[in-house]
Design a protein around this ligand. Structure first.
Ligand code: DGY
Length: 328
């Protein structure tokens, strides 16, 4: 384990205050441009630096890790999700991976609620009317949406974010249901008045709103595939603030187009920023550009986690937020 000051490289522009803080602790090379690094730039960086600070827009696969120099010892991801990093290969090559859990849960849960409300209460359509200057005044029949109080919310993935969603949704009067590999302790189920569904199929078929809050792993790829999406009630909606790959986006688009489900609120997409064109033209969807964690506070706290992880490693210990393969 190292004892001298580590050479750290960031792959994207980070908030200014954070970049200065990184400079106080480490010998840091900051990325001037906000564009993601090219493959060649990433290769050069992993050949030269001790610590890489990537984001979810960098593909840190086995090919890249294989090109890293012996000096690369830590990949301190600026974010929680590590689906873009081959954690297994990194470990085999003696490179630790850390992430930034716990500081984005509230922000992501807030955005989940925002999407649920935006879809069910038709907020974008209302905004559109105002922006067009064509509002004719209040009408008893205009832009009627659905009330969320009393509706059944099915949370897929009852981890930190799922629980933060449950807490909020409960305050909105929703009934909480969830599916996860691991059932909550009775005391937590009691706190959320949550109903556990061992079978995802059974849950999906009975919910008014589905919220995807599980990480993307090989096991959750297309967890909401065409078959499961078809099980949803025709008047139900789905929101996703986790990772796009968990939903079969083409199947979802087809179903939305055919009004087989009532709507969708998506902050993430199966192919990153290449959003299915079929989705953008639909009126029953609300699309956001992966903003779930985009708060000033969250970005700074993510940075503090990065600093703590690298500093702890520099001091000769394991980073507190080390990601262990198989535990995702
Ligand atoms: C994360 O941390 O993985 C988030 O998706 C970033 O917004």
């Amino acid at each position: 384990m190292p004892s001298t000051q580590l050479r750290v490289a960031t792959t994207r522009r980070l908030p200014e205050a954070l970049e200065s803080r990184l400079g106080e602790f480490f010998d840091v090379s900051l990325r001037c441009s906000d564009a993601p690094m090219s493959r060649q730039e990433l290769i050069e960086t992993v050949k030269e630096f001790d610590v890489l600070v990537p984001t979810l827009t960098d593909r840190i696969d086995s090919g890249l890790i294989g090109q890293a120099g012996d000096q690369l010892k830590l990949i301190a991801n600026y974010g929680v999700g590590v689906d873009h990093i081959d954690v297994h290969t990194a470990r085999q090559n003696g490179i630790l991976v850390s992430n930034t859990p716990g500081v984005l849960d509230d922000d992501t849960a807030d955005m989940t609620m925002a999407l649920i409300l935006a879809v069910t209460r038709r907020i974008p359509e209302g905004l559109e009317v105002m922006k067009s200057g064509n509002w004719q005044g209040w009408s008893p029949t205009a832009l009627l949406g659905g009330r969320i109080a009393g509706r059944r919310l099915g949370i897929i993935g009852m981890g930190r974010v799922g629980k933060a969603v449950a807490r909020r949704a409960q305050a909105f009067g929703m009934q909480i249901h969830y599916h996860d590999r691991i059932r909550l302790r009775p005391v937590e189920e009691e706190e959320f008045k949550a109903t556990y569904w061992e079978s995802l199929d059974d849950m999906v078929a009975r919910m008014d709103v589905i919220s995807v809050n599980c990480p993307y792993t090989p096991d959750t790829f297309h967890l909401m595939n065409a078959h499961r999406l078809k099980m949803m009630k025709p008047d139900s909606v789905i929101v996703n603030t986790s990772r796009g790959e968990v939903i079969d986006e083409n199947a979802l688009t087809r179903m939305l187009r055919n009004n087989e489900i009532a709507g969708a609120g998506l902050d993430v997409f199966e192919h990153g920023n290449e959003v299915n064109q079929g989705l953008t033209s639909l009126s029953n969807v609300v699309l956001l550009p992966h903003m779930g964690s985009a708060t000033n506070e969250g970005r700074i706290e993510m940075g503090e986690k990065i600093i703590l992880n690298i500093k702890t490693f520099q001091d000769g210990h394991r980073p507190p937020n080390q990601v262990v393969p198989g535990m995702l």
